[in-house]
Every structure is written in structure tokens, then in C-alpha cells.
Design a protein around this ligand. Structure first.
Ligand SMILES: *[C@@H]1O[C@H](CO)[C@@H](O)[C@H](O)[C@H]1NC(C)=O
Ligand SMILES: *[C@@H]1O[C@H](CO)[C@@H](O)[C@H](O)[C@H]1NC(C)=O
Ligand SMILES: *[C@@H]1O[C@H](CO)[C@@H](O)[C@H](O)[C@H]1NC(C)=O
Ligand SMILES: [Fe+2]
Length: 443
């Protein structure tokens, strides 16, 4: 057994040497990262581990977990008082996957509901093991999102997660790069255990980064095996064909998770899906429109320069015409907030672009910036931390960035923003733009 394990680690090291994130760039100096925290498994084999929850359609929650033992039922018992499970759901599914010599435990996904808003549910997975609890999002504003990308699993990650948990929030949004397993599959399990105390309490909604790809020439050309098996998001519910991009509504907010590592060209499925999805948005029901990607379209850090450019060129006009309020990205391990921007110029009707790839992964920080600072970049800093988007009503939201300042959360940047759907001048401007385009088409 020990020999086998050693053999496995030896092979996975070879794999991770051969495997490279497609966009890794090493020509910038990073602050020393904290060491990887490996979170061991210390429960019996039939007990749930790596429990996390995600929103799936209106008033439903998906509970996901792993068991080493394969005969555990995919059931969730739940209720609104501890230890008292009035409801039970057995409509779940089980899966597992293999990657080279690694075979995952049994992965369970069970959707439960309908659930009441703003309610704490106590639940147990597979009929054994500890009780967990989560709270559903509120029925109306205000709603608070925690936003953090490029988490990884280091001492910094731990600090970031503690800070996120120390102040209450409703839903966590993760713009890609979760475990940094980079083909070493046991690190996916370790990541699942590290985040369980947080991801089992609040819904975590994620999209993929380059570290989720885990492609390998000829053997795994399409990649995303671990990611898609472990972190399925509600893509079918939003008419998407792929777990790599989807959308969902929560409390007056339509959130679109785009895939920086799925085809986004004009004739791609993702592009067509985005056009359809944007056309369906009803701003009287969801006055706020937020988009999440991994590789930033606007970035004045020297790291990953230009990597989001082809996606920006393909999709930016669609987002602009739809009056997207904010676009969050990860990938660059730093924080940066831009002005409202369209096509590289400040534009009062464009989205605010924010890079929040500062969760705390093992690669460390991206310290070097383009000088002088472009005028559209308002605030930039290479520190670990996380963001908070508190939407207070139809027209106003508060954004804040919380730096991990010597392990203490410090508010370092904050701003009030107004929704574009409430801006008369932007609505008028767009109507004029559409008219001009139509006239040009007729000529
Ligand atoms: C991570 O955070 C937990 C919970 O706050 C703490 O008990 C643990 O010691 C931390 N581990 C490391 C390696 O920092
Ligand atoms: C997260 O916060 C809740 C509420 O304050 C607390 O009960 C829980 O222990 C915290 N979790 C961790 C892992 O620190
Ligand atoms: C929305 O919230 C902002 C900020 O708190 C406040 O100034 C404004 O009056 C609120 N609007 C409504 C309609 O309540
Ligand atoms: Fe990345």
C-alpha cells in the first residue's frame, strides 16, 4: 500500500512537471507564498467529507460530498432545527472519476428543496457523520457576496477564509483557480476538506480557471475531469451545454459565470449562449447584472498581460450593450479596480472591472505593474485579500476590498456604485447607439 502510494506520488510529480498551466508566466517576482496546508481525512470511510453547497434553481440547494466507502446512499436528511430532520431527499446522483492512477472516492450530489429564504437548515449526508448547516439567501435586498479568486490551499488561503467567515455573507463567488492541485488529485481532496467548514455553510458559486484544466496530451485532451465531477454548477438550469459557463439569479441579481477556458469566439456555443442569456435578462426583476471570468480583460499588472484580450474583443460589446454593472476576474494574484470602461476608455455606461485573484495560492503575489498607471486603473495593490459586494437596493451597491494585512482583515478600498439599469442617461445613450447601428445597416 505504502509502495503504491509512493508510486502514485512519483507519477503525479512527473505529470505535474509535464503539465503546465497554459498561460503561466514567470517573469515577475512574487512575494514568498505561505506553505501548502494539506488537510488530512480524519473521519470514517463511510462518513461525508469535502461537503459543499451551491445554488441550483430558485429555492433549491445542491449538497455535494465525497465518501471513501462506495456503498453510501446519496441522501440528505434536513430540517430547520438541529438533529431533527423533517425532510429527506434521495434524488441524488453518484459519480467518480479516474485520472492516471488515481480514482476518486464516491462523489455525491443531491438537490434539496424547495427551501425558505433566509433560513438555516441543518443537514446530514448519507445518513451518517456530523451534522452541517447552511443558510439560504434572503428573500430581497440587501444581499452580500464574498468575492475571491485563485484560492489555492496555503496558510494565506486559510487566513483569507477565516476573514471571509468572520463577517457574515450570503453567497461566495469564485472567479476560478480553486485547489491548485495541478494534476495531483489528492490535493483536490485536501482542498475540499480545507474549505468544507465554509463551503458547507454558504453556497459557493464557482467558474473555472486555468488551474482547473488538467489537460494532458492525447490522454485527457478536454481536461476539467476533477473540476466537473467535484464542482458541478447549475448550467442545465440556465440553458448552457457546459459546466464551464452558466448563469443564475439570486435576490435581484443576475450573475453570469463565463468560461475563459471554453471557446468564446463569435461562432462558439458559449458566445451564442451568452447572447441568448443576456436577451432573457429582465432588469425589472434583476436590476443588477454581474459577470465573472477568470483571465481579466483589463489589467495593468505585468502578470498575464493580454491573456484576456481575445475574449474581450469577442464579447465586450455584448456586455456593454446589456448594461453589465460589474465584471470580476481572477488569474492575476493581486487586486485592481478600474473605472467604468468600454473599449479601453473610461465610459460612464460601461462595467466596473475588478481583478480579485488574491485568495492566497502557492504561487504568491504578482508584484509588478505597468508604469505609469493607466488613467482607467483607479486602485491597484499586490496583497492577498478578498472582496465584498453588498447590494443594498435596486440602485445602490457597496464594494469593499479587505486586505490580509499581517493576517488582519483591513478595508483598503471601497466605493458606492449605482446600477446602470437606473441610469436614465445610459439607457438613452444605448437607445441612440442602437438607432445609429440600425440606420447604418439600412444604408
Ligand atoms: C487554519 O485555520 C484554522 C481555523 O481557523 C486553524 O485552526 C488552523 O490552525 C489554521 N491552519 C494553518 C496552517 O494556518
Ligand atoms: C465561521 O463563523 C461561524 C459564525 O461566527 C462560526 O460559528 C464558525 O466556527 C466559523 N468557522 C470557522 C472554521 O472558523
Ligand atoms: C438605496 O440605498 C442608498 C444607499 O443606502 C440610499 O441612499 C437610497 O435612498 C436607497 N434607495 C431607495 C429607493 O431606498
Ligand atoms: Fe489563473
Amino acid at each position: 500500500m505504502t509502495k503504491l502510494l509512493f508510486f502514485y506520488f512519483y507519477l503525479s510529480c512527473l505529470v505535474s512537471i509535464a503539465w503546465r498551466p497554459q498561460h503561466a508566466s514567470a517573469d515577475f517576482v512574487r512575494k514568498p507564498p505561505r506553505p501548502i496546508v494539506f488537510t488530512p481525512h480524519n473521519r470514517p470511510e463511510s462518513h461525508p467529507q469535502q461537503v459543499h453547497v451551491s445554488l441550483v434553481g430558485k429555492n433549491y440547494m445542491k449538497v455535494s460530498w465525497l465518501t471513501d466507502e462506495s456503498h453510501v446512499a446519496s441522501t440528505v436528511d434536513y430540517g430547520i432545527t438541529p438533529g431533527n430532520y423533517e425532510w429527506s431527499s434521495a434524488t441524488g446522483e453518484q459519480t467518480s472519476y479516474s485520472y492516471f492512477f488515481y480514482t476518486s472516492g464516491k462523489i455525491h450530489h443531491v438537490t434539496i428543496g424547495p427551501l425558505h429564504p433566509a433560513t438555516t437548515y441543518y443537514y446530514r449526508c448519507g445518513g451518517s457523520g456530523p451534522e452541517f448547516n447552511f443558510r439560504t439567501p434572503p428573500a430581497g435586498f440587501p444581499i452580500e457576496f464574498a468575492v475571491v479568486g485563485d484560492l489555492g490551499q496555503t496558510g494565506w488561503t486559510n487566513t483569507t477564509l477565516e476573514h471571509i467567515n468572520a463577517t457574515d455573507y450570503d453567497v461566495l463567488l469564485l472567479p476560478g483557480d480553486l485547489s491548485y492541485a495541478d494534476a495531483q488529485q489528492p490535493l483536490w481532496d485536501s482542498f475540499g476538506r480545507l474549505v468544507e467548514p465554509y463551503a458547507s455553510r454558504r453556497p459557493w458559486m464557482v467558474t473555472e480557471g486555468n488551474h482547473e484544466q488538467e489537460t494532458f496530451p492525447f490522454i485527457y485532451p478536454n481536461g476539467f475531469k476533477a473540476y466537473n465531477s467535484r464542482w458541478p454548477m447549475p448550467y442545465q438550469q440556465s440553458g448552457s451545454q457546459s459546466n464551464l459557463y452558466y448563469s443564475f439569479d439570486v435576490v435581484g441579481t443576475h450573475i453570469i459565470m463565463l468560461g475563459s477556458y471554453a471557446d468564446f469566439s463569435v461562432d462558439s456555443d458559449q458566445y451564442k449562449w451568452l447572447a441568448t442569456d443576456l436577451a432573457k435578462v429582465d432588469r425589472s426583476k434583476t436590476p443588477w447584472l454581474v459577470v465573472i471570468i477568470h483571465a481579466p480583460w483589463y489589467n495593468s499588472n505585468l502578470a498575464h498581460q493580454g491573456e484576456g484580450e481575445s475574449m474581450r474583443v469577442a464579447m465586450e460589446e455584448m456586455l456593454y450593450n446589456a448594461h453589465v454593472d460589474m465584471v470580476f476576474a481572477g488569474h492575476v494574484h493581486a487586486y485592481e479596480r478600474f473605472a467604468r470602461v468600454y473599449d479601453n476608455n473610461a465610459d460612464p455606461c460601461g462595467p466596473v472591472y475588478i481583478t480579485i485573484g488574491d485568495g492566497g495560492n502557492r504561487e504568491g503575489l504578482a508584484m509588478l505593474y505597468k508604469e505609469p498607471k493607466p488613467s482607467i486603473s483607479i486602485f491597484r495593490e499586490a496583497s492577498f485579500g478578498h472582496g465584498r459586494l453588498r447590494i443594498v437596493n435596486n440602485t445602490h451597491t457597496h464594494w469593499s476590498w479587505h486586505r490580509n494585512d499581517d493576517s488582519v482583515a483591513t478595508v483598503s478600498d471601497e466605493i458606492w456604485l449605482q446600477s446602470l439599469s437606473s441610469s436614465r442617461s445610459c439607457i438613452l445613450k444605448l437607445q441612440q447607439k442602437v438607432q445609429i447601428t440600425q440606420t447604418n445597416d439600412e444604408l
